[in-house]
Design a protein around this ligand. Structure first.
Ligand code: ZN
Length: 98
């Protein structure tokens, strides 16, 4: 018999999912105890994944408009400055919205 658990977290519109499965140990622990232990492990793994994701969000990007490198403050930021964002949208916007 196998114990299996799945833990899900949502963060910033992303879903993080960790599933663990383990053969039941023959060490006298009950099925419930082992499932709970697995849940704790899975929760820790998924929390680590979210933390990594948070770190990665603050990463260096290259501005889509001018090509300069900058450190993005949120996942959606693609431009080094508002001026670049405006310039890029002014350039491309006309085509994309047509
Ligand atoms: Zn720029």
């Amino acid at each position: 018999m196998k114990a299996s658990v799945e833990v899900m977290r949502s963060y910033d519109y992303c879903q993080f999912r960790v599933g663990l499965e383990e053969e039941l140990a023959g060490d006298g622990s009950t099925y419930d105890e082992q499932v709970r232990a697995l849940q704790v492990s899975a929760a820790r793994l998924v929390d680590e994944a979210v933390e990594r994701y948070k770190q990665d969000r603050k990463m260096e990007r290259r501005c889509r408009n001018c090509g300069n490198e900058f450190v993005a403050e949120d996942a959606a930021q693609q431009f080094c400055s508002e001026a670049c964002r405006d310039a890029w949208h002014a350039d491309v916007g006309a085509c994309e919205e047509a």
